[in-house]
Design a protein around this ligand. Structure first.
Ligand code: 4NP
Length: 158
């Protein structure tokens, strides 16, 4: 029997095809390895890529870590997400500002910048790798994995 999730987490970037799918994969993997049941999803503030799979470079980076994200599909964040999720993490400061504008009255989700979960990187954005190359996607993976580890470590603290 599946245990009910201890927390629901939504990652939000601009397109939902590069950074937030990698963050979703990293947290799923890290939480799974720690035996922690989380509900994890991702979305974009923009609408251009709705229904699209992750960027091939993001898929390749996840595959390098043994994770298949080919079945993920991009969606746009909705006001309802602010009621459905416990936490919404923005991948960069611009996404955070867009989320704050979108939050409906009575929103219950905690909205935060993802790298605030990593004390040494607090206040920083996960750089957009869309116009970059494989090395930029590798950097994205490093950052979202580090954040996922911090999130899981805090949840595991007694
Ligand atoms: P993401 O990257 O926000 O990390 O998914 C981008 C994907 C698409 C675009 C920009 C950033 N775009 O302009 O289409």
């Amino acid at each position: 029997m599946q245990s009910s999730p201890v927390l629901s987490v939504l990652f939000v970037c601009l397109g939902n095809i590069c950074r937030s799918p990698l963050a979703e994969a990293a947290l799923r993997e890290t939480a799974g390895a720690a035996g922690l049941s989380l509900l994890v999803d991702s979305a974009g503030t923009g609408s251009w890529h709705i229904g699209h799979p992750p960027d091939p470079r993001a898929r390749a980076e996840a595959a390098r870590h043994g994770i298949d994200i080919g079945s993920y599909r991009a969606r746009q964040v909705t006001p309802d997400d602010f009621l459905r999720f416990d936490r919404i993490y923005a991948l960069d400061r611009s996404n955070l500002s867009d989320l704050q504008k979108l939050a409906p009255a009575g929103a219950t989700a905690q909205v935060a910048l993802l790298l605030d979960a990593v004390p040494a990187l607090a206040g920083q954005s996960v750089a957009d790798p869309y116009h970059g190359d494989a090395a930029h996607f590798a950097q994205t993976w490093q950052e979202v994995t580090l954040a996922a580890r911090h999130i899981v470590d805090v949840l595991r603290q007694p």
